[in-house]
Design a protein around this ligand. Structure first.
Ligand code: C2E
Ligand code: MG
Ligand code: MG
Ligand code: MG
Length: 288
């Protein structure tokens, strides 16, 4: 049977070279198997306070540990999972796993933490999505307000009526909503008025040339000021340099997520980081 699969993969691979990655049939078949074989996992990237650098939460980021190919990036498999519908299954698993994991992280840290989970357009449209959230909260015992759901701007305006009813159900559970990749979507600011958004995640596109780019300085200042006037939290994505961090902290950005303050980590490494931070805090209190 294994031989058969291998052959089929090989044949389809030749064909797939001439098609779009989304139509890579061998990868699609491998993905269904991977779900069954438990090859998907989550890494956790720290989201830190811009001033104190204390870890406030983590974003759960999906990885596919594909045998013989190492870690496959979500940029490669999420679009396919979105088009073949597997994202509903994967996303439900990720939601539960992330909520359970954050409870463990809270125990290790000895303080509250939040978890940020990405929600794809197809999951958002799915009628069962709110049930998935309820199951994740029930299974983990996590308080709804510790769960931040990341959606992109386009999702809300695609079907505003559906978005309104789903977001109402979410706020009833005290869940928080973040706009991911803020500023890169093809949409208006109207949704900020209409929907109960808690957090804006400023896309890395506007962060990477800070503080030397005059235009990015202007754009970031406007975004941070908008967020402040609307009482929204801000997370800057993709912060890699101290100068970026300094600029953002000085201009009122509340939180930072980037390689500078922590890469996406496997759970054991994230746990070690939390322990180290807790120990450093205890030491600082004893000295101070
Ligand atoms: P995203 O939600 O905007 O996640 C942030 C991405 O930026 C992550 O890429 C992260 O590793 C990367 N990143 C963080 N800090 C830095 C930095 O300092 N420099 C650079 N160059 N990159 C940084 P990743 O993990 O490859 O994920 C890519 C995208 O895949 C995510 O973008 C998200 O849209 C999607 N994704 C990941 N996990 C899931 C999931 O569980 N469900 C869904 N629906 N989408 C997911
Ligand atoms: Mg995200
Ligand atoms: Mg993002
Ligand atoms: Mg992004």
């Amino acid at each position: 049977r294994a031989k058969e699969t291998g052959k089929a993969r090989c044949v389809v691979y030749n064909h797939a070279r001439f098609t779009q990655p989304e139509h890579d049939v061998s990868m699609e078949a491998a993905m269904f198997q991977a779900v069954r074989d438990g090859e998907f996992l989550l890494h956790y990237q720290p989201i830190v306070d811009a001033r104190t650098r204390q870890i406030m939460g983590f974003e759960a980021l999906m990885r596919w540990n594909r045998p013989g190919q190492g870690m496959v990036s979500p940029a490669q498999f999420i679009p396919m999972a979105e088009s073949n519908g597997l994202i509903n299954l994967l996303g439900a698993w990720a939601m539960k796993a992330a909520c359970v994991q954050i409870k463990r992280f809270e125990e290790i840290a000895g303080r509250p933490l939040y978890v940020s989970v990405n929600v794809s357009p197809r999951q958002f449209r799915n009628d069962q999505f709110i049930d998935v959230v309820d199951e994740a909260l029930a299974l983990s015992g996590l308080d709804g307000e510790k769960l931040l759901l990341e959606i992109t701007e386009g999702i809300l305006m695609a079907d505003p009526e559906h978005a309104e009813s789903l977001l109402t159900a979410m706020t009833a559970r005290r869940l928080k909503i973040a706009i991911d990749d803020f500023g890169t979507g093809y949409s208006s600011l109207a949704y900020l008025k209409r929907f109960p958004i808690a957090t804006l995640k400023i896309d890395r596109a506007f962060i990477k040339d800070l503080p030397s780019s005059v235009k990015d300085v202007a754009i970031c200042n406007v975004m941070l000021s908008l967020a402040s006037h609307l009482n929204l939290n801000t997370v800057a994505e993709g912060v890699e340099k101290e100068e970026q961090m300094d600029f953002l902290a000085a201009h009122g950005c509340s939180m930072i997520q980037g390689f500078l303050t922590g890469r996406p980590l496997m759970p054991s490494d994230a746990a070690a980081l939390l322990k180290a931070q807790a120990a450093a805090e205890t030491a600082a209190h004893q000295i101070g």
